[in-house]
Design a protein around this ligand. Structure first.
Ligand code: C5P
Length: 402
């Protein structure tokens, strides 16, 4: 029997600001994303959100205060500090930042910070005036110099009604910072471009040819690459999904737009992954006005769209080029032919006729094919896991390329 891999262990510290409610969302998100989460709260944080909320979300009781003898006997602060693979403090108040900067240990969370060797990320949240104060800046600089990552704050309107940097980053962005600390940095500094989503080829301003792609596979590749330290550009066709905030997202509509944006950026990229389901055909004539129902139906003549991947394959010099093949029959045969025809280093083939793989679902079942004729067939897994396995291969290919 295969043992399930151990879950990454995240210690979430919550301090007393109005943004503490976002910490509940963060705890929930981290658990959903597969982490084991333990929460430690400051005294002040308990006035904003109850420990029971975090206990319910994480499945673990929240330890009492520093002087809780029972708690110390059950799971001491040193044990918790050793347990953590990453410590995240969100929200981090000005008070907490000051205490951490000087190394105070007057409450459990501060003591844990001194006792842990795990990487630490903090998400400051406070009034913009407070954030602008040089003491806060100085304290943050001290923490940064010690290797603490500072995520945010975001710009915008704070609960006190002022504008400026001070808002806690959204929970999803803080979670990404945590996953980054848990991931190998084997794509650090690598320029990686991903395409995702469908394209739309308009017949007239209101009608178009497209396909059911949602962009999820490419977005998960972008997310996984970011976590591993890559500089990611995502060229995204029409999609309702939100790309991770830290990618350079370029929105496009048609295959022609996608070709222009990708080819302009291609020379700077070390890796290009074309997960987009680009329309192969488009109407030969696009009508400038809506075609009237009352008029003759007429035939629609189609023409081929530019094959972006084939163009990249022709120009390729030392780049790692990965394509996707969405097939409904003879999946491996057709994918192998595309791999060769488009001069790729790897192709990811999937049968889009299956209900649990391909378009518009969170899971995928794929095969990796290499120019050497190797075929690796993966079981059904989440698109994020497919992305991680794909990037393992990309890292190996980059090693080969250099
Ligand atoms: O459409 P086809 O099956 O050939 O798509 C295979 C691969 O080629 C995919 O990676 C897709 O993103 C890419 N492609 C492209 N430009 C097109 C059509 C497909 O880059 N016009």
């Amino acid at each position: 029997m295969e043992l399930a891999p151990e879950k990454p262990r995240v210690l979430l510290g919550v301090t007393g600001g109005i943004a503490a409610f976002k910490a509940a969302e963060l705890a929930s998100l981290l658990v959903q994303q597969g982490a084991e989460v333990r929460v430690v709260m400051s005294e002040a944080a308990r006035r904003f959100v109850g420990p029971l909320t975090f206990a319910a979300l994480t499945g673990h009781p929240v330890p009492g205060d520093w002087f809780d003898a029972q708690q110390e006997a059950a799971i001491g602060h040193i044990e918790l500090a050793r347990w953590a693979q990453v410590v995240v403090v969100a929200p981090a108040t000005a008070n907490f930042i000051a205490k951490a900067a000087v190394g105070l240990a007057d409450e459990l969370l501060c003591a844990l910070l001194l006792a842990t060797t795990a990487p630490v990320v903090i998400a400051p949240a406070m009034n913009p005036q407070m954030f602008a104060h040089f003491t806060v800046a100085e304290n943050l600089a001290r923490l940064r110099a010690r290797g603490v990552r500072v995520a945010g704050p975001a710009q915008g309107r704070t609960a006190c009604g002022e504008e400026g940097p001070g808002r806690m980053l959204e929970a999803a962005a803080v979670a990404e910072a945590v996953w980054r600390l848990l991931s190998p940095q084997d794509l650090a500094g690598v320029n990686l471009l991903v395409t995702a989503g469908p394209t739309r080829e308009h017949l007239d301003p209101v009608r178009y040819i497209s396909n059911p792609s949602t962009g999820r596979m490419g977005i998960e590749i972008a997310r996984a690459a970011l976590r591993r330290g890559a500089k990611v550009c995502l060229v995204l066709g029409p999609s309702h999904l939100e790309p991770p905030a830290q990618v350079e997202a370029v929105r496009v509509t048609s295959a022609e737009d996608m070709a222009r944006e990708v080819l302009a950026r291609a020379p700077q990229q070390q890796v290009i992954i074309k997960a987009a389901a680009v329309s192969d055909f488009r109407p030969a004539d696009r009508q400038p006005q809506k075609v009237k129902k009352s008029g003759p139906a007429g035939a629609c003549t189609l023409e081929a769209t530019p094959d972006i991947l084939a163009a990249l394959g022709k120009k390729k010099k030392g780049q790692v080029l990965v394509g996707f093949a969405a097939e409904t029959e003879q999946v491996l045969k057709h994918a192998a032919a595309k791999l060769k025809a488009k001069n790729l280093d790897l192709i990811v083939a999937n049968d889009v006729s299956a209900a649990d793989a391909g378009f518009a679902v969170a899971t995928n079942r794929v095969h990796f094919l290499t120019p050497e004729g190797e075929v690796e067939s993966l079981p059904l897994m989440s698109k994020l896991e497919v992305a991680q396995r794909l990037l393992d291969r990309v890292v190996r290919l980059l090693g080969n390329a250099s």
